[in-house]
Each structure stands twice: as C-alpha cells, then as structure tokens.
Ligand binder design. Structure first.
Ligand SMILES: NC(=O)c1ccc[n+]([C@@H]2O[C@H](COP(=O)([O-])OP(=O)(O)OC[C@H]3O[C@@H](n4cnc5c(N)ncnc54)[C@H](O)[C@@H]3O)[C@@H](O)[C@H]2O)c1
Length: 469
C-alpha cells in the first residue's frame, strides 16, 4: 500500500509544513540495485584499545573495492590497508572532521575495560555529523559470554546500549548494527558486512548479530553478483506478499526457486513461479501428510539447499472470545508445521550439506499484541525453535535463523484500521513501514553460502520499531 505521507513530507511544500509543525520527516530509503559498488561512498574506520579485526576488515574492503579512510584512533589502518592492497588515507586534519562518508565501522574488539569506552566517544563525536543520508554504521565486538574477564564482558555488552542509541540519534535513514564476532569467525565477516553496509539492509537497524564457529562446509568461492547460483530453495507462502518478494530476490540472486502455497492460491502461485522461471507446488503445509510430500519433492529434486518458512496466518481475537479452532489453526500453520517439516527433511537427508533454514517470526512474538495470543505464541515459538535447534542442526552442518518483521507494507497491513496503521508506520526510527523486499533481502543474507557463521540469530526487520524494543 502506498504511503502518501512519505511522498508529502518529501515534497517542497510538505517538507516545510512538516518542519513547521514538528511532524516526522522520513526519507525515502535507498534500496539495492544490481551492480557495484557495495557502498556508495567512503568508509571511515575507527577502533579502541588494540582492535583485533583490522586485518580481516582490510581483506573484506579490498574484496568490495571500497574506499576507506582512517580515523586518528587507528593510525595503523594505513599500513594494514596498504598490505591488503587497499588505497586509504587519513580522515580529517588535526581536530577538523574530514569528508562525508557513507559508512562508519568501529572495531571495539580491543576494549577490555569500561574505562576504555572514551575511544567510542571520540570516534562517534567526531564522525556523527559526517555520515551521508542512508548511511551505515557497524560496531564490531566480541561475544560477552566468550570474554576472558568480567570487565571485558561488561564493556563488550555495553556496546548494545551504544548502538541502539546511535540508531535513534543519527536519523536520515542511517542504520546502526552491532556484530559480535566470536574468536575463529574473523574470516567469516564479509557476507555480513556486505549486507549490513549496503542498501540491502535498508529497514534493518539497531540489531545485534552474532557470528560464531562456521557450520557445515565452507564455500570455496562466492560469486557476489549471484550468491545463490545453483541453490534449490523452497519458499512457503510464495503466491503473494512477503513470500512472493522472497522468491523474487532468491531468483535474482541466482537460485532455482520452488514456490509453495495452498491449492486455493494456485493462480497467484503459478503467476509468481512463471515470472521467475520457478517451480510451483500447491500444498497445504498444515496437513499431516505435508512433511512426507515435501521430502518426496525434495528428493526428486536431488535435495534442497534452503528452506524458507514464510507461510503464516493470523486469526485475531482476544483469548476470551477466541474459538479453539482459531487457536489451533494459527499454532499449527505458523509453528508446529515448521517443526514437523524440519524434522522430516533433516531425518530423510533431503537437505543438502551446508543447508540453511530461515524462518519468519514477527515483532508480535517479541512484544505481544492485543488480540494475538495465538499469533504471538506461534511467532515467539519460532524464535524458541531457532535458538533450540541451532546447536542440534549445527552438528549436521545446517544453519537456522529467523527474521522478525515489524510493520511491512502488504495486503495484511493494508487491512489494519487507519489510525493503527499510521502509528505502526511512524513509530520507528525510519518513520515509515518496510517493504516486502526488505524482509526478502535479510532472508537472502541468511540463505547465502557466505553465512556459515550465522546460526541461532533472530534479526528484526522493523526500522528500529519502538514496539518490543
Ligand atoms: N506483513 C507484515 O507486516 C508482517 C509482519 C510480521 C510478520 N509477518 C509474517 O510474514 C509472513 C508473510 O506475511 P504476509 O504479510 O506476506 O502475509 P500474506 O497473508 O500476504 O501471505 C501469507 C501466505 O502464506 C500462505 N499460507 C497460509 N497458510 C498456508 C498453508 N497452510 N500452506 C501453505 N501456504 C499457506 C497464504 O496463502 C499466503 O499466500 C507471515 O509468516 C507473517 O506472519 C508479516
């Protein structure tokens, strides 16, 4: 559904009216278009203590052909970048800021004690006004639970408060994320940086991402223009809305997509599949024989590489007014089927080595919502499934992650009453709803062969919604 206010607030008259009345002034978000560069502008590098990821970063930025400049907190960057074959210069002269940049990357892995947090202040105090609209900020830390001392764990944990506040302060469609990189995962940074520093992550902000020990076989080489080339990917609920967009993004990135939806949606399903050169599979995943039907379809295809559990339903009523069948239908389709399908596909060997499972949760599952006890239970259950299954599936070389969308412009949200819809759209740091493609891009990042170090993550695609934050 069209967001008329976004257009109005960006017109000449509308922007003056919005400024005079103190109304929100959301910017149209920059979204991904095929072709380089990954980052449209320079990247300013900073760090604190003895930063541990600078060499890994230099390799990533070389591969992305990014232009980098060094803040005075990391004078060693010039030598490290040079060794990686990356041209780099100093940012700013004495105390004067340098040129505007598209991204800030702060390596906080060297911080061992809260008294060293001044390094964070100096970097962001110097650079906060120098980030271009739709810019990107990434802070890199070490997982607190793996730190050698309580002091180190404390300062690393404190980075969450920093990044969430920066995400609220920087405005102008700038996103801010924290990436915890476990020891041993340093060489797995590139896929995640490519996502978080590019327009693909337009509606993802204030998230904490964890990179851990890689799961399954590592990809030898990745064609970054078609990262999913040759991958067979099942997308459920693909006839419309977010599912259709997921199928489209997967096909764009080179995948052979199997689009699934209920038989009643056959027409829309076939239209999506035809457009993408994909297969269509009409099946009610809620039926008890669905897991075996999917195992048969996957084995007939020679195995699947990725399963995206997107199909979902709402049947809203307060619990006092809710009929039992509405309760059961939502929990069955949104949660229990995913458990049954995962178990059947894994046990039968229908998922290939290095497979990815990506689930769709919701911020309702994080914050709860009036009239959605069934839906919120199912979506919180999806988070529980991802977190509890991650270590089990890792032993089989399979990753499992979830996205939790906030307010996304679809037929589902178009049906929401006007006042609630406007509140949902504006109550986030981007001042607007997300698009289905924003969810799809996030799923494509989890599905990528470059994402072996990502498992058990839940990433919100909500523009830093105030709900459930
Ligand atoms: N739109 C939002 O703002 C939003 C926010 C948070 C989470 N989500 C989640 O994102 C996912 C997609 O949402 P959407 O807005 O595109 O919804 P949608 O209703 O437009 O699409 C859901 C699709 O799933 C299919 N489906 C439902 N039950 C099925 C079954 N038993 N078997 C096979 N297919 C089935 C439907 O036919 C439909 O095509 C859902 O899981 C939803 O809960 C959406």
């Amino acid at each position: 559904m069209k967001d008329s206010y976004l257009g109005f607030a960006n017109s000449r008259l509308g922007s003056r009216v919005a400024a005079a009345l103190g109304l929100p002034q959301p910017l149209p978000l920059e979204r991904f278009h095929a072709g380089p560069p990954v980052i449209k502008g320079g990247v300013l590098i900073g760090g604190g203590g003895s930063p541990q990821l600078l060499s890994a970063l230099a390799g990533c930025f070389k591969s992305m052909s990014a232009q980098t400049v060094a803040h005075k907190s990391v004078p060693q960057w010039l030598v490290i970048a040079n060794q990686a074959g990356l041209l780099s210069g100093r940012w700013g002269v004495e105390d004067k800021p340098g040129e505007k940049v598209k991204a800030l990357v702060f390596d906080a892995t060297g911080l061992e004690d809260s008294t060293q947090a001044d390094a964070i202040y100096h970097f962001f105090h110097d650079a906060a006004r120098s980030v271009l609209p739709s810019g990107r900020v990434v802070v890199l830390g070490r997982p607190p639970e793996l730190c050698a001392s309580p002091r180190q764990a404390t300062v690393q944990r404190s980075l969450e408060g920093l990044t969430r506040s920066l995400a609220k302060e920087l405005k102008r469609a700038i996103t801010v994320q924290l990436v915890y990189v476990a020891p041993g995962a340093e060489d797995q940074l590139e896929g995640t940086l490519r996502f978080l520093l590019s327009p693909r992550s337009a509606y993802v902000s204030a998230q904490v991402v964890r990179l851990g020990a890689p799961v399954g076989p590592l990809a030898n080489t990745i064609d970054w223009s078609k990262p999913l080339a040759g991958k067979k990917i099942l997308v459920t609920g693909a006839s419309r809305g977010i599912g259709a967009s997921i199928a489209e993004v997967m096909a764009r990135d080179g995948a052979q997509v199997i689009c699934l939806d209920v038989p009643q949606a056959q027409e829309g399903l076939d239209a999506v599949a035809k457009k993408l050169g994909a297969k269509s599979l009409a099946l009610d995943i809620g039926s008890m024989d669905a897991p075996q039907a999917l195992v048969a379809a996957a084995l007939a295809d020679g195995g699947w590489d990725v399963v995206v559990h997107n199909a979902g339903i709402t049947r809203d009523k307060t619990i006092a007014n809710m009929k039992e069948h509405l309760w059961q239908a939502v929990i069955n389709v949104n949660l229990s089927t995913q458990e049954r399908i995962n178990d059947a596909l894994v046990e039968s060997g229908a998922l290939k080595a290095g497979a990815r499972i990506v689930c769709v949760s919701s911020i309702s599952g994080i914050a709860g919502n009036l009239g959605q006890t069934n839906y919120a239970l199912s979506k919180a259950g999806v988070i529980g499934m991802v977190q509890s299954m991650a270590p089990v599936l890792a032993q089989k070389g399979i990753t499992i992650n979830a996205v939790a969308p906030g307010f996304i412009e679809t037929q589902m949200t178009a049906a929401v009453p006007f006042a609630i819809r406007e509140a949902g759209r504006r109550m986030n740091s981007m001042g607007q709803g997300g698009q289905p493609v924003d969810v799809a891009e996030t799923i494509a990042w989890f599905a990528s062969p470059a994402s072996s170090a990502l498992t058990g993550n839940v990433v919100r695609v909500c523009g830093q919604s105030l709900i459930g934050a």
